[in-house]
Design a protein around this ligand. Structure first.
Ligand code: ADP
Length: 169
């Protein structure tokens, strides 16, 4: 449905993203795996109250990395980015929840870890944009697209966490 911000700017995406149950694709990048940060990163989304619906350790083939980052193909750092993402195993995750796409981006922090706020994953755990430990989808559309790209249908699990009534009225 249509909504306007206090400035009268048409922002259906933003409003929808705060109200709807969404899926987002989160990935611990190879540096996060090598540095032993997998548990720490999973914990942050778990403690927030989102629902884990997919999880695997995975060596990403070059073709998949290229598909995932196809919008960045023209960037000067693109070849290095593909080398980085395929340099070792990643941990693929799909998380579900109300407003999870935007919220996960806030938990992750700015792309450049030196600009990322303390308290965010990148702000607390990384120093360089080219080694920023984690990926998170940037829109509800990409949340769906990336979840479908990295997981086969049978790999996702629909379940009701015991804590559900303690998270939402
Ligand atoms: P985000 O991951 O925060 O959504 P982008 O979509 O802009 O950021 O970029 C995707 C990824 O490409 C970044 O997380 C980072 O790993 C890499 N990247 C972006 N900009 C640079 C850069 N200037 N130098 C090296 N790597 C970069």
């Amino acid at each position: 449905h249509a909504s306007r911000s206090s400035h009268g700017i048409f922002l259906p995406h933003l409003v929808a993203s705060l109200e709807q149950v969404q899926q987002t694709y989160i990935m611990v990048k190879p540096d996060g795996v090598q540095r032993g940060l997998v548990g720490e990163i999973i914990s942050r989304f778990e403690r927030k109250g989102f629902k884990l619906i997919g999880l695997k350790l995975f060596q990403c083939p070059k073709e998949l990395a290229e598909e995932h980052y196809k919008d960045l193909k023209a960037k000067p750092f693109y070849p290095k980015l593909i080398d980085y993402i395929t340099s070792g195993p990643v941990v693929c995750m799909a998380w579900e929840g109300v407003g999870v796409v935007l919220s996960a981006r806030k938990l992750i922090g700015s792309t450049d870890p030196l600009q990322a706020e303390p308290g965010t994953i990148r702000g607390d755990l990384a120093v360089q944009t080219g080694r920023n430990v984690v990926h998170g989808s940037d829109s509800p559309e990409n949340g769906k697209r990336e979840t479908a790209l990295w997981f086969k249908e049978g790999e996702l699990c629909q379940w009701t966490p015991a804590q559900a009534p303690w998270l939402q009225e």
